[in-house]
Design a protein around this ligand. Structure first.
Ligand code: BEZ
Length: 211
């Protein structure tokens, strides 16, 4: 059955460019991003993996571990990493899964046969420390992902996990947030001491609580 938000992310044990790992144990108490790319030695993927390496500090600051995947083997990944480091001016600093047997890509439904019979599409899963899936996005092979957007979503998810808030359209770090409809009006002043605005009874905003 297809994975859905709120499901427990399937666990697996694999070989990676940083050694063998069991996914849930590797996540530990962190958040995780699991992302697939179509193939090694391809141009868009080269830029994507270089970008993820450059954003390591941003992921670490948010307690997020990142792991990549394609249906290529370790030897291929290792050769390609040299090219990524050379052309993108970075050092790959996260594991890439050897999924030549397509075990993980099938588990996570990353091969969409009507798009491509054998290669993975650009899937992204954001997984919370309790191992539930919080976000799934699928991009076509021809479109490189916007990793700033992934960081923005992680900021939003972590706010929601820690406070009774949601984030409005185009929200970015520092903007006001929306008070969750589940918070009764009488609880708002104590829960949101920075103040709040009632735009409509169902649309209440407050400054970002963790700043
Ligand atoms: C790429 O990563 O450049 C790519 C991969 C598969 C199809 C098209 C582009």
């Amino acid at each position: 059955m297809a994975l859905r938000l709120g499901d427990t992310a399937p666990d697996f044990t694999v070989e990676t460019t940083e050694g063998p790992l069991s996914f849930h144990t590797w996540i530990g108490d962190s958040w995780a991003v699991l992302f697939s790319h179509p193939a090694d030695y391809t141009p868009v993927c080269t830029t994507e993996l270089g970008m993820v390496a450059k954003l390591k500090g941003e992921f670490e600051r948010r307690n997020v571990r990142v792991i990549g995947l394609s249906v290529d083997n370790l030897e291929s990944h290792r050769g390609w990493i040299s090219d990524i480091n050379e052309t993108q001016g970075t050092t790959i600093n996260f594991p890439i899964i050897d999924d030549h047997n397509r075990e993980v890509s099938q588990l996570y439904d990353m091969i969409h046969p009507n798009a491509d019979a054998s290669f993975t599409v650009r899937s992204v899963f954001i997984i919370a420390p309790d191992k539930t899936i919080k976000l799934m996005i699928t991009y076509p092979a021809s479109t490189g992902r916007n990793f700033d957007e992934l960081l923005r979503v992680i900021d939003s998810l972590q706010l929601t996990a820690n406070y009774s808030v949601a984030t409005p359209a185009n929200w970015k770090h520092g903007d006001d947030v929306v008070i969750a409809p589940s918070v009764p009006n009488e609880d708002v002043p104590a829960k949101f001491p920075k103040g709040h605005t009632v735009v409509k009874p169902y649309l209440r905003t407050t400054p970002q609580p963790n700043l």
